[in-house]
Ligand binder design. Structure first.
Ligand code: NAD
Length: 451
């Protein structure tokens, strides 16, 4: 089966490569010449565990190609999957669909045979019908179908998620397109994994409903964490206690600095726009966005409190700038916005991340100092902030870190360490939704912290 994937970013590159791994003949297109040149040289432009090896294997086997020519890529393709970005639109916060519609027009002007045009990009309900209109307008005699196939992969484990998904969702209103999509996902259905077919509009909404539900879980547990701090309770125990209820489930109940990344922030905003346009407001999602927005300020305030109320001239060791571990993606990374906020308050922020520093530097510029190792960040710092849960940080030698710090103070925004352990080591330790440990006391005491 011949497949064209338009847009070779996180989703396009992972899905194109995984389709090739499943045996399809795939061509990935991108309009960024440098990206395609790098891929043609065998360099994978993003960090994603297991991806480079899979790209190499499939290029060698002749099943995976890269080009800047959409026309060449869609020649004879049965499936054309659109995986370009749908960022937040400046001004109204809705999804910017200009890239998707631009690609639809280009497909229409270059396609000369029946194909299924699939949106893998996250697009608001109704976009599939707009794409069909554009193609019909540009190329009235063309035989084609549109389908929606939202992607649920998580950065950091994208390859595994794609090859062994919880489910595949396909929206199509045509039996012919359904037959093509059933063949495309046969390697998944053959493993007994669910491939769920529905109408286009429902499929498009499933993606937003899924992401905003997960964002709701995150904001919910984060507010519970704040409540735990006020009451002296422990959010880890509360999350465990509620997660044991099978109606609630244990996943996505990890209190932290707030959600970030390339999807939740933009998709929650777009969902509010979708609700407004349909005259059916999604008030819960509006609250979720508010909680998350405030949280970033609270996290910066927490670090400032840990520094005694003023960070001016203080050195802050920032461990992690990626929005989560195992990715180099810093889009809407809370760690980056905290680093920026602290630097603007006069702190000397020394940041280290195993993979994401080059991307973060493009966002922050020189106000944040990116250093070569966690040891260099920690040396003589007034406070250590653990912002991204990279394994390298979770497994660090805490006694060695303490010896290098100017003051043994840590703000752990990911609840990686145990307060008891940190107390034993003599740290002053602030985490999320758990009692703080204050080292100066003869017996470590529980103290309420603001923020
Ligand atoms: P990305 O920015 O990493 O990649 C988009 C790519 O499309 C870029 O390389 C860009 O150069 C290319 N592009 C733009 N216009 C083009 C054109 N006209 N022709 C060819 N290429 C073009 O974005 P991403 O993170 O891969 O996200 C893509 C879509 O998938 C978004 O809608 C996103 O919401 C959705 N999604 C992302 C994730 C994720 O974890 N990143 C997960 C699920 C869904």
């Amino acid at each position: 089966m011949k497949v064209a994937v338009i847009g070779t970013g996180y989703v396009g590159l992972v899905s194109g490569t995984c389709f090739a791994e499943m045996g399809m003949d795939v061509t990935c297109v991108d309009n960024q010449q440098e990206k395609v040149d790098a891929l043609l040289r065998g360099e994978v432009p993003i960090y994603e565990p297991g991806l480079s090896e899979m790209v190499e294997r499939n290029v060698k086997a002749g099943r995976l190609k890269f080009t800047t020519s959409l026309k060449d890529a869609i020649k004879d393709a049965e499936v054309i999957s659109i995986a370009v970005g749908t960022p937040t639109r400046a001004g109204d916060g809705f999804a910017d669909l200009s890239y998707v519609y631009g690609v639809a027009e280009e497909i229409a002007n270059n396609l000369d045979h029946y194909a299924v045009v699939v949106t893998k990009s996250t697009v608001p309900a109704g976009t599939g019908y707009e794409i069909a209109k554009i193609i019909r307008r540009e190329n009235p005699s063309l035989e084609f179908d549109v389908a929606s196939n939202p992607e649920f992969l998580r950065e950091g484990c994208a390859v595994d998620d794609f090859m062994k998904p919880d489910r595949v969702v396909v929206g199509t209103d045509s039996p012919r397109a359904q037959e093509v999509m059933e063949r495309l996902y046969k390697p998944i259905s053959d493993q007994g994994l669910p491939v769920f077919f529905t109408r286009i509009i429902s499929s498009e909404l499933i993606k937003y409903a899924a992401n905003t539900f997960l964002a709701t879980k995150v904001s919910f547990i984060n507010e519970i964490a704040d409540l735990c701090e006020s009451l002296g309770a422990d959010v880890e125990d509360v999350a465990h206690g509620i997660g044991l209820d099978s109606r609630i489930g244990a996943k996505f109940l990890k209190a932290g600095p707030g959600y970030g990344g390339s999807c939740f922030p933009k998709d929650t905003l777009a969902m509010v726009g979708i609700g407004e346009r349909a005259l059916s407001p999604v008030t819960i999602v509006e609250a979720v966005i508010g909680v998350n927005r405030q949280r970033q300020h609270r996290m910066a305030a927490k670090v400032i409190d840990a520094c005694g109320g003023n960070v001016e001239g203080k050195k802050i060791a920032m461990l992690g700038v990626a929005f989560k571990a195992e990715t180099d993606d810093v889009r809407d990374s809370v760690a980056v916005s905290i680093a920026e906020a602290l630097a603007r308050k006069g702190a000397l922020v020394a940041a280290y991340d195993p993979k994401a520093m080059a991307n973060a530097k493009k966002v922050t510029g020189p106000i944040v100092d990116y250093v070569k190792s966690k040891e260099e960040a920690i040396k003589d710092a007034d406070v250590l902030v653990l912002a991204t849960e990279w394994r390298e940080f979770c497994e660090m030698d805490l006694a060695a870190a303490k010896a290098q710090l100017k003051a043994p103070v840590m703000v752990d925004l990911r609840n990686v360490f145990s307060p008891e352990e940190m107390a034993k080591l003599g740290f002053t330790y602030y985490s999320i939704g758990r009692p703080a440990v204050i080292a100066q006391e003869a017996v470590p005491v529980l103290k309420k912290v603001k923020g």
